[in-house]
Write a protein that binds this ligand. Sequence first.
Ligand SMILES: *[C@@H]1O[C@H](CO)[C@@H](O)[C@H](O)[C@H]1NC(C)=O
Ligand SMILES: *[C@@H]1O[C@H](CO)[C@@H](O)[C@H](O)[C@H]1NC(C)=O
Ligand SMILES: *[C@@H]1O[C@H](CO)[C@@H](O)[C@H](O)[C@H]1NC(C)=O
Ligand SMILES: *[C@@H]1O[C@H](CO)[C@@H](O)[C@H](O)[C@H]1NC(C)=O
Ligand SMILES: *[C@@H]1O[C@H](CO)[C@@H](O)[C@H](O)[C@H]1NC(C)=O
Ligand SMILES: *[C@@H]1O[C@H](CO)[C@@H](O)[C@H](O)[C@H]1NC(C)=O
Length: 716
Amino acid sequence: MKAASIYRLALSTIVVLVNVCPLIAETQCIYWKDNLLQMHCNCSFRGFRYIPVINIQVKFLDLSNNEIQIIQNSSFEILRNLEELDISSNKLNYLDKDAFIGLIALRKLVIGNNYELTYSIRSFATSLFKPLISLEYLDITHNSRTAMDVNFSKNVLSDLVALNSIGIDLIGEHDTTSVIGEGFLSLTKLRTFIAGYCDISFDNKTFINVPYLEVIELEDCSFEIYSLGTLRKKKLRFLSFGGSGLDILIEDNVHKFMIMIEDFGTAYIETLLLTTNFGMLQCLPSDFFLRLNGTGIRHLILNENSLHEVTIRKSYKDPIRYNSILPVTLRHLEIKNNVLQTFKVSMPHLSRLNLERNNLGYFLKYNRYSVTDTLNLTDINLSSNKIDRLHASIFHGHTHLENINVSNNYLTDISFNISHLIWLKTLDMSSNRIEGFDETTMKTLNHLFENSNLQIDLSNNTLHCNCQNVPFLLWIFERNTHFPLRNSMSCEFSNGSTNLRSQFKRTVMQLKKECTSYTALEICLSIAIMGLLITVFGGLVYKYRWRLRYIYYMTRSKYKRNIPDDIDGNYKYDAFISYSDNERNFIFKECIPILEGQKHIKLCIHQRDFLPGEDITQNITNSIHESRKIICIITRGFLDSFYCMFEFNMARMESIYSRGGRNILFLVFFEQFRHQDLSLVMLELIQKDSYIEYPNDEQGNAIFWKKLGEAINKGQ
Ligand SMILES: *[C@@H]1O[C@H](CO)[C@@H](O)[C@H](O)[C@H]1NC(C)=O
Ligand SMILES: *[C@@H]1O[C@H](CO)[C@@H](O)[C@H](O)[C@H]1NC(C)=O
Ligand SMILES: *[C@@H]1O[C@H](CO)[C@@H](O)[C@H](O)[C@H]1NC(C)=O
Ligand SMILES: *[C@@H]1O[C@H](CO)[C@@H](O)[C@H](O)[C@H]1NC(C)=O
Ligand SMILES: *[C@@H]1O[C@H](CO)[C@@H](O)[C@H](O)[C@H]1NC(C)=O
Ligand SMILES: *[C@@H]1O[C@H](CO)[C@@H](O)[C@H](O)[C@H]1NC(C)=O
């Protein structure tokens, strides 16, 4: 004892000597004041081996990462304002009994990461913490990794009557009760328990001395032994089994994990965090949700695991679809950063669902994630899931949806139905592959915008700056209150260059102008081309009008009357007489009696031989086709008559197309004509001598009829 005090005296002398030595600039602490004018002092990473002199007004003192080994009596005596003290990551091995004397305002103390510090009176003098009447938070984790002394809690910790939260290593050589020993019973305000190093067996005695706990964080525990009853009847706001400890357990025996889940079912747990626990587990045990049903769970966090599927799965033992129904009390489910390929559950009571960073792209293309209507879901996060298209009715039945996050996917448009989501506030589509929306999407959104302040985030998409997309780009400007981050959207031209965000507006306006003139040019050009085409086509039609008509009528008559082709010379009529009505008398008084009566030529006279009930044009074409020769009685009336000219032209066509170019037309000039009164084709016929003039005197007439008869019979 004496030797020890002499040793300490000598040590303090050295410390004092060092203390009076002039300090080098670098070893000075840094002082600063925060917004509330509270003084902070940062003495970390300064190589201190002792506690330096600190300004009396300091409220926050950081002494971490130095080389302090011993904290002596009265080291902080004057710091009556100090509220937070960090002495972690030093080389502490002993704290004197009166080390903390004077720290009556201290609320938070961190003495972690001092690997020589043990949970015993060798390191912590008895009643060391007695002066810390305000201490609420104590962190003494990650120290020597030796087992806790049986009396440590009773002799050292039990004085911290104000303590609300403790972080401590759980290393157990002794029976489980002694780890969190009797001394803890005095800490009536203790609510939060955080394990640092953690290697003990858990059973119904482990937490017996901490009956008021609300938060338990066991993140680095090995759980080699975990027995039913550990959490029985605990009322926990937060229970965390994060960290990687469970991996080993799962590898060993899934059964242990089942026991753990069964144990959860015996407690009340508001929030359960099971992260990086299921290293080996690709799907949840079949009774997982069923067990949690009894816990009153509201938040379930299963992030950073390796789950492949959470879905309807019939249990071998029980046909009830265990995993398909979430606990009824559950409001918030997170399964971030797993490898989910399938997710489909019944979630009528859930209000927030976060499935970001999974692999659901393929599944959600063809499926919905909810079995039933999700009446209470307000938030859904499907960010980073390699989604290129979502099932059209994916959000059906989501009557209260407020936030959709589909950022960081491969979407190109809003192809899923959102028209019924009247409460929607945000739609995060950032970092996708959207070049523009199509018209239907814009229409749907216009409709939604009418009654809501929906905000759509399109940042980090490369919109297309081309003429087709101008309506979309302009639409975004018109609706700018709904696209809050539109300045961070970029726009790519057809030539591959991307414009800067700040010039976006100017670029779109310029593009609009360019495209308008371009469109005008386009319209003019198309009109010109159309005009040209119409002219050419019209010209062709005009040029071949008779040919076309002839073909048209011949085709029609073939279908209707099916006349045998008389190319062999057996015509129904010898001649078709085409005349204008003014020449009626001539036809009936002279022509018919002479040609039919005397010369036995069979004539086709429209007034006499046309089939009643048939179209006149059709009658004409058929009769011409059935006559060997066509005689036109050319008068002024003939030239002025539509039907006469029709007959003339049809006869021409007949000769070209059905008679192998043989001349079947014969003109009779009933009057005198000047050449310019006649059409070119008629002049052509005159040149071919296929005409005769009506002399209108008795002698001449006899020759005329003889000649005409010969002309008709020629080529028989
Ligand atoms: C103190 O300074 C160190 C670097 O010198 C820094 O890393 C640390 O965060 C600071 N601590 C506080 C509480 O500001
Ligand atoms: C610190 O104070 C306690 C009692 O207040 C005393 O027993 C102990 O010897 C002191 N330590 C040193 C190194 O002076
Ligand atoms: C939805 O939430 C409201 C309020 O949070 C609650 O009153 C209602 O019962 C819930 N409905 C369902 C089906 O869970
Ligand atoms: C996921 O989406 C929800 C709803 O939009 C949002 O509240 C949450 O912050 C998102 N997650 C992250 C990590 O941003
Ligand atoms: C959507 O999720 C991404 C990625 O998790 C996140 O960065 C973003 O803030 C979220 N958006 C909203 C509106 O919460
Ligand atoms: C691409 O086209 C845009 C608009 O037509 C123009 O402003 C830009 O200078 C062009 N960039 C290149 C590299 O040609």
